[in-house]
Design a protein around this ligand. Sequence first.
Ligand code: SF4
Ligand code: SF4
Length: 344
Amino acid sequence: MNREMQALIAKESTFQEGVEKLLALRGSLFEQITQIVTTFPEEAFCQMPFAGADGYHSKTLAYSIWHIFRIEDIVAHEMIAGDQQVLFSQGFQDAVQSSRITTGNELIGIEIVDFSRQLNVKELYRYAREVRQSTDQILKHLEYADLKRKFGDEMIEKLRNTHCISEAESAGWLIEYWCGKDVLGLIRMPFSRHWIMHIEAMRRIKNRLCKLARKGVDPVAYCGLSCNHCFLAAWCGSCRTAYNTCSFATVSPDGKCPNAVCCQEKGIEGCYACDLLEVCEKGFYVPSNDRANAAKAQALYIRKHGRQAFLKVHDRLHEKYDFARTQEILGQDYQEGLRILEEN
Ligand code: SF4
Ligand code: SF4
């Protein structure tokens, strides 16, 4: 999308199409931030699982969100629109509980963790959403001729006077970098590529946090699937931890899988210990889910033969067949699926 947007937006005849592509790209990237904020526990946002690494993934989730949207807020409002930044116009500094107004480029190592700990993540997300929406409005009203607009010494001075960019060596260069670009250049970096780079880094951070969370945790999920053999395990931290980002958790409004919640309320180990399993249509077992019967077959197998035997069957199935989703081999009938598991 980014490549297509870049090509479309640079030509007068396809400029509007390019803006629409840019808005769609930003929408889909922002959706990833939304999913992280709605499904990850508060503590995840100040963890630094790649501390000392060379790259954007060496930061924290909270820092990444702050940094992306501080930069966008400054560039969109001080440089392009010439009005007040969202941080100030809507009182977000207090709401987010940030001790600073800068982009954060000047922070290193433990300073990033300490700064992340201060931030109110829900308010930070609200700030990010407001900045995105206000920038989207600016982008919608841009005309092709605006792309060539350049920024001179006056803008450099103005940005310095905002004190929103630290004078530290690791941050001060930003002002001249932005002012060396025209509006098209700014669209290509702070409003698109900069998002991509940091959101990609956020994905690496969250996947690592999930992997760490799963360590030593019972690998049999509440619904009857095996986390050890699950194709989602690269980015799910197990429904038995606070890092549950399985498909049903991420689509649930409260970020919790209905099967996990139901088992916890009943005080049972998993759906395999429930008398209603065969007839249940909750969460993962909703009839419209094409994995429902395969999951039920596995839960029934666990009920009959236990968790250790179940994990061994999975090992054997994976040795024998090439599959990612269990319904590919267990089919759509849970009795038949159970039979296949017992034959292996
Ligand atoms: S999606 Fe379910 S089975 Fe897969 S890793 Fe997450 S909790 Fe485990
Ligand atoms: S009612 Fe359904 S979701 Fe709840 S524990 Fe029983 S099988 Fe699982």
